[in-house]
Write a protein that binds this ligand. Structure first.
Ligand SMILES: Nc1ncnc2c1ncn2[C@@H]1O[C@H](COP(=O)(O)OP(=O)(O)OP(=O)(O)O)[C@@H](O)[C@H]1O
Ligand SMILES: [Mg+2]
Length: 437
């Protein structure tokens, strides 16, 4: 049961930190306002009203009693009453009032007036809303009736509006200040989340300046330190690798020159094949590392990019199921290189090729399927290793290096994505690429 309640509360609670914090600030303020208002309304305002109404009805009853006494000086009594009580009174002799009373059940003034008049056993009619600041009251006398015009302030305390104003105004003020303050507090967290997302996708980040409360700022500083360390580490590694690859070219060239001096044709052929292959490996790696280091992220349409890569192959057996129009922010040339590697593999190891693009809620999926031999499950991890080829017979004729898949996976991962191999319905390999945005 508690679990269900917990789930329900979680569902109705706002999800964002800003709204949650606002709720924490605003809810007690609103509850406090409501409690104070109820207490004030009930125990102060209504009770004061009842007291005032009781006094007024008492005065009216006294006046009527005196007026009806036999030796009363009616004119003197009327003028004294009007002067001292601030109430206008007219006496209609030998007349009866016949209007139907239009009492408002929801008005506390009407309610307490009715109650007091009834308890004094008077026959009455009143209207509290006909005039703005005056209450109209008629009371039956001995042979006729009295009509009174009573200032509203004799029946009710007018402080209620001022009180309502003073109680709601600070509440609004507190909530407005809280909104401004909380917006400023949640902005740095949002910024940090955005920057982390960008970094995960391998996008360019300008210098990130942490801001906000000290804990958030601390998290920002730590993130920035970690980002710089990772970047330094990555750069160091790729610089070292390109350095080695670059330096290896010199002894290779020397070996090539020395080969020319060897007389045995057989040995020369075998060695020069190996040297050529090594040279190709180095060139391939150097080209990749120099390209990927320089490239900046940019916005491009994904369908268009895939179509461009396919067009370059000029192959009728490649089909493409387009996805929705989608602008992707990434390193265009690298992605193009990755798709090129994968499609090239399929053209090398299969005939028919099917490519499709799916744009989902927070990522895009690219499927590349072919009807070739496929890659056995136990080899699916290995083929991503640099210079790994499944078996020589498959790839030798095509003079391959074994870097294609490892470069592709490197590019996808640097965009925060995933690349997976599987079995295609066409019989061959299925490559699934997922890229977040
Ligand atoms: N579509 C495919 N169908 C069957 N086998 C494949 C397919 N793609 C890759 N392979 C196998 O995986 C191995 C590794 O592929 P990878 O692209 O890394 O290297 P490569 O194609 O041999 O050389 P490179 O791409 O560097 O010229 C290949 O040698 C091949 O045996
Ligand atoms: Mg390849």
């Amino acid at each position: 049961m508690f679990y269900g309640l917990n789930k329900f509360i979680k569902r109705i609670l706002p999800k964002q930190l800003f709204y949650r914090s606002l709720l924490i600030v605003a809810l007690p303020v609103i509850l406090l306002q409501i409690t104070i208002s109820i207490v004030f309304f009930d125990s102060l305002w209504i009770k004061t009203n009842i007291g005032m109404t009781r006094a007024l009805v008492g005065e009216i009853k006294t006046f009527i009693k005196l007026y009806n006494s036999e030796d009363a000086d009616k004119i003197y009594l009327e003028s004294t009453f009007e002067e001292n009580m601030d109430i206008d009174v007219i006496y209609f002799q030998k007349k009866k009032f016949s209007e139907v009373m239009n009492e408002k059940w929801y008005s506390p003034i009407d309610r307490s007036l009715r109650r007091e008049l009834k308890s004094k056993k008077l026959k009455y009619w009143f209207d509290t809303s006909k005039f703005k600041n005056t209450v109209n009251l008629k009371v039956e006398g001995n042979d006729g009736y009295f009509e009174f015009f009573i200032p509203r302030e004799r029946l009710t305390s007018t402080s209620v509006r001022i009180f309502a104003l003073w109680i709601t105004l600070p509440a609004f003020l507190i909530i407005a200040i809280a909104i401004i303050f909380l917006k400023n507090q949640t902005r740095p967290i949002k910024k940090l989340a955005e920057i982390s997302k960008k970094f995960g996708r391998g996008e360019e980040i300008d210098e990130f300046v942490p801001s906000g409360a000290s804990e958030i700022r601390q998290a920002g500083y730590e993130f920035e330190k970690m980002r710089k360390r990772i970047l330094r580490h990555l750069n160091q590694r790729s610089e070292m690798l390109s350095g080695i690859s670059h330096d290896l070219r010199t002894p290779l060239t020397r070996m090539k020159l020395q080969l020319a001096l060897i007389k045995d044709k057989n040995i020369v052929d075998r060695f020069s094949n190996d040297i050529d292959e090594m040279e190709k490996m180095l060139n391939e790696y150097l080209q990749f590392s120099s390209e990927s280091n320089k490239e900046q992220t940019e916005k491009f349409e994904f369908n268009e990019l895939i179509q461009n890569v396919i067009t370059q192959f000029n192959n009728d057996l490649i089909t493409f199921n387009k996805g929705n129009y989608f602008l992707f922010n990434g390193r265009k040339l690298s992605i193009q290189r990755c798709l090129n590697n994968l499609i090239e593999n399929s053209t090398k190891y299969a005939n028919k090729i099917e490519i499709s693009l799916n744009v989902l809620k927070s990522n895009i999926l690219i499927f590349i399927e072919d009807d070739g031999l496929g890659i056995p499950i136990q080899e699916r991890e290995n083929v991503f290793k640099p210079f790994y080829k499944i078996d020589k017979s498959r790839s030798e004729k095509n003079s391959s290096v074994g870097l294609g898949l490892s470069i592709s996976s490197d590019i996808i991962r640097s965009h925060g994505g995933k690349i997976e191999l599987g079995e295609s319905k066409l019989g061959g390999l299925k490559v699934v690429i997922s890229l977040p945005f």
